[in-house]
Write a protein that binds this ligand. Structure first.
Ligand code: GLV
Ligand code: MN
Ligand code: MN
Ligand code: MN
Length: 395
């Protein structure tokens, strides 16, 4: 199917699965692999000024039919989230070329940079930059856990950090965008269908809560004398579950906590807690976050700690273009449409161009973990569906 060609790249023996982060050696190796694969098919590859790779079948131009996804992963992620959309795009081009198809519109495969936000914290960074959804100054200053800024990493990867930001040339070239992705739940399993189309994406965002107390000695400081930020941080984790449960359909997660300095015998001076919150709409999402913030503020006050909250990324509910969705569904003989709680570059682009997504059944229903899976036959069905759709849209 193509994924076997990259199965050895970026494996994470400690966490299991894959850790492939933008511009790290594994992700760069995948980029090189993609360039070779695209060139092998006669596609002309270029990297845009935001680090997104484009492979063009025919002359780049307006009203292009664009497909693709991303090659980066979350820490310890699965093999399919991202790469399946890229290898399926290459395989769909193979199928079209083998069938003697000549596109009457430009056709391109795109690989977006830093979709997961696994290194610099903001998901869909490449598509946000391209579409102007993030201030390039803010993006330049984002830093990874080692303190390397996005500007520095981009420069190291051969980009001009001064040139990142809204790319009207790239954006206006896209006529239609279709992203194929492994499903990140059990919707298609329950429906008994190998392939479906996306109807919507939940409103979602990320917030960094920083609790500040007083660093001190774990043995010499009496409990009553402490200002320990780990205590309100722990209460915030529970508040996240409570507040999430209060709103129908909401999801609220703390998946990352960083105490500073992080020593067993050290009372932390600060603790950063990242909140990922999602719900049906803006109102519900904001309601969940506000409630968590209220409880975290009370917890911080009880421990005589300070709390600051920064919104690191946010996106309102996305409803995919219904006309395009109907076109896809009809071309595929009527496949089911289903919503998703996961974010995608397609969700960012949907604000600008008609956009659709194809999902491939995931029998485990698990994603962002090594157990993520799709059967070979379902992946093949995904490629066939994508080829049909691209042929219809670009024919
Ligand atoms: C990205 O995959 C996200 O939904 O967090
Ligand atoms: Mn993902
Ligand atoms: Mn993805
Ligand atoms: Mn995603």
């Amino acid at each position: 199917m193509g994924l076997d060609a990259i199965e050895g790249v970026g494996r994470d023996p400690k966490r299991g699965g894959y850790s492939r982060h933008v511009f790290d050696p594994a992700e760069r190796e995948l980029r090189e692999w993609f360039v070779e694969q695209a060139q092998h098919r006669g596609l002309a590859v270029r990297c845009d000024r935001n680090g997104n790779l484009w492979a063009w079948w025919g002359e780049p131009g307006r009203d292009a039919v664009v497909t693709g996804s991303h090659l980066d992963s979350v820490p310890g992620g699965g093999a399919f989230d991202g790469p399946l959309g890229v290898v399926s795009a290459l395989a769909a081009v193979d199928a079209l070329q083998a069938g003697g198809f000549t596109p009457s519109k430009p056709l391109a495969i795109v690989v977006f940079a830093e979709e997961e936000g696994g290194r610099f914290g903001v998901p869909c960074l490449g598509s946000r930059l391209l579409s102007g959804a993030i201030d390039p100054d803010v993006a330049r200053r984002l830093h990874d856990p080692a303190g390397i800024t996005f500007a520095e990493a981009a420069a190291e990867a051969g980009l001009d950090p001064a040139g990142i930001g809204r790319d009207d040339d790239a954006l206006s070239a896209i006529g239609t965008f279709v992203e194929l992705h492994v499903e990140q739940g059990r919707g298609l399993v329950d429906l008994g269908a190998p392939v479906g189309v996306a109807s919507s994406i939940l409103a979602h965002g990320r917030w960094r809560f920083t609790f500040t107390g007083e660093g001190n000695h774990a043995g010499a400081t009496l409990l009553g004398d402490r200002r320990d930020p780990m205590v309100p941080a722990a209460e915030m984790v529970l508040a996240t579950r409570i507040a999430g449960s209060e709103v129908d359909g909401a999801r609220a997660t703390v998946g990352r906590i960083v105490p500073n300095p992080g020593g067993t015998n050290v009372i932390a001076s600060t603790v950063d807690v990242w909140l990922d919150a999602r719900a049906d709409d803006d109102h519900d999402t904001r309601r969940v976050v506000a409630r968590i913030r209220e409880m975290a503020t009370e917890a911080a006050a009880r421990e005589n700690c300070e709390l600051t909250v920064v919104e690191e990324s946010y996106g309102d509910t996305v409803v995919f273009d219904s006309g395009l969705r109907d076109t896809l569904s009809a071309a595929l003989g009527g496949v089911p449409a289903l919503p998703t709680g996961a974010g995608h570059d397609a969700g960012i682009l949907a604000a600008h161009v008609p956009t659709a997504m194809l999902f491939v059944r995931n029998p485990t229903g698990v994603s962002h973990a090594p157990e993520e899976f799709a059967q070979e036959s379902d992946c093949q069905a995904g490629v066939a569906a994508l080829a049909t759709v691209l042929g219809r849209l670009a024919g």
